[in-house]
Unconditional design. Sequence first.
Length: 272
Amino acid sequence: MFEATYETLLCDVPRQGVARITLNRPQAMNAYSFRMTQELQAAIVAFRDDDGLRALLITGAGERAFCTGGDIGGADPEHSRAVAASPMGHGREMRDGMQAVVLALRRLDKPSVAMIRGYAVAGGLALALACDMRVAAASAKLGDTSNKVGLLPDEGGAWLFPRAMGLDRALKMSLLHEIYDAETAERLGLVTEVVADAELEARTLLLCETLAAKAPLAVRLTKMMMAKAMETGLEASMVDAQVAVMVTNPSADVREGIAAFRAKRAPKFEGR
């Protein structure tokens, strides 16, 4: 069930078809703990498996941060000792933790949107970039602070950052641990849309609600096709499209869409 109770997350359905995950560690600027990564994976799977939920919104509690990366404040010393004592402990922790969250988001065939207020840095920026779109408040700050303390963009940032902003700019951001205002982040390709702080929640919910109202088969297959096309050539992408239309074109959703167009009414898509 998506609306389960978690220690580090709040999960709700604020609009029809829209699932919302709120990182709920505002006292730590929503820095992630290992427990949070486990709960995030569970919540993402619950969203993935619920066909009634068609769009995912991820945000952080409070005004200060979306997510500031991994919690380096020593909040769970027992877990830290276990990691240090285990062979390949740090690598395994990353693999089973935030890397698994990023992969789970990238594998979704339903759209996800990050709503960013405050800081989205280091692993928090990677988490935001793992989503399909990012809506940021005008006062938001985005960047990579990992190198500042000798850490790495290891949550997926080494792959995500260059694809969003180009290799040279990603290297400059990470090696100099730069943080950008929202307008600059949008220009660099890190943000999809910037809105006034007071309008952030309404605008992001409207975007998710609009996505949730679209034809589910077309939305899912479009996302799958585009994601795969990023790693293949044009001809291979066209072959994928030929297979995909065998699903969508005969579907009830397409018949409903055409009927609604002819009747000049809003379509009611059911994902069939």
